[in-house]
Design a protein around this ligand. Structure first.
Ligand code: HEM
Length: 220
């Protein structure tokens, strides 16, 4: 679980970095070009297979672990110890993971399926054709229910990561008194920052907001 989780965390950083283009001026062209690179680079396409395998493995392992935990107890606890022994999010990894899974299925249907299978509108930059994924995002996030679903997905992701990263560090044995508090703090900042940047995307797209950086081209 830890290894697949760490792999997925690396994917999230790249995904967030590429998509963050849409938050800035000239985001349409920058994002479409970046997404084109990600969608056509052979190495990245091969990694994509690993990514899907990683997701599936992580989900199966998660449900297996939850099932084992439940079946080890013949009956559920008569009295819940509540927050005295564990945090809510550590007791609810399966529930949060399931919410993320629902988000992910809708999410892939929104973007991955049109981008890879059913086709998208094209746009031309410097005489070359690109998928207009930016326009697809605009269309998806014009719907308030989609914005709400993505915000719920980002919130679930944040809570899931808050426990997951710390738990992965313990499983990997990175528990030395010297650096465990540091790893935990970095994990907490990551668990809040990355889902927050993701959450800004549907909001910015829905309201047509963008951050003006003047002549600075920030990403990619
Ligand atoms: C909330 C803001 C998000 C936006 C706007 C967004 C947007 C996109 C877009 C446009 C694509 C298609 C890329 C392409 O086909 O070239 C994509 C793919 C994908 N997204 Fe997201 N995403 C978001 C959050 C997330 C989160 C939180 C996760 C994981 C928990 C995630 C997982 C994926 C996966 C697995 C793919 C397919 C990977 C691939 O194309 O290689 N996304 N996303």
């Amino acid at each position: 679980m830890s290894l697949t989780g760490i792999f997925l965390v690396i994917f999230l950083v790249v995904h967030c970095y590429v998509n963050a283009n849409v938050l800035f001026t000239n985001g349409e062209e920058n994002f479409n070009r970046a997404a084109h690179f990600m969608g056509t680079n052979l190495l990245i396409r091969v990694t994509e297979i690993g990514l899907f395998a990683g997701f599936i493995l992580h989900i199966i392992q998660g449900y297996k672990l939850e099932w084992l935990n439940r079946s080890k107890r013949s009956s559920r606890y008569a009295v819940s110890a509540g927050n005295t022994t564990s945090k809510w999010y550590s007791r609810s990894m399966a529930l949060l993971g399931t919410l993320i899974l629902i988000f992910l299925i809708v999410h892939l249907a929104h973007f991955w399926v049109p981008s890879r299978i059913t086709g998208l509108e094209e746009v031309v930059y410097d005489g070359k054709q690109y998928h207009n994924l930016y326009l697809e995002m605009k269309n998806v996030f014009a719907e308030p229910w989609a914005v709400a679903l993505y915000l719920l997905g980002c919130f679930s992701l944040s809570w899931h990561l808050l426990h997951g990263i710390q738990s992965a560090a313990q499983t990997m044995g990175w528990t030395s008194k010297n650096y465990f508090p540091f790893i935990r703090s970095v994990g907490q900042v990551f668990s809040i920052l990355v889902p927050l940047i993701f959450a800004l995307m549907p909001i910015f797209m829905h309201f047509g907001w963008e951050i003006d950086l003047g002549s600075i081209t920030l990403l990619f």
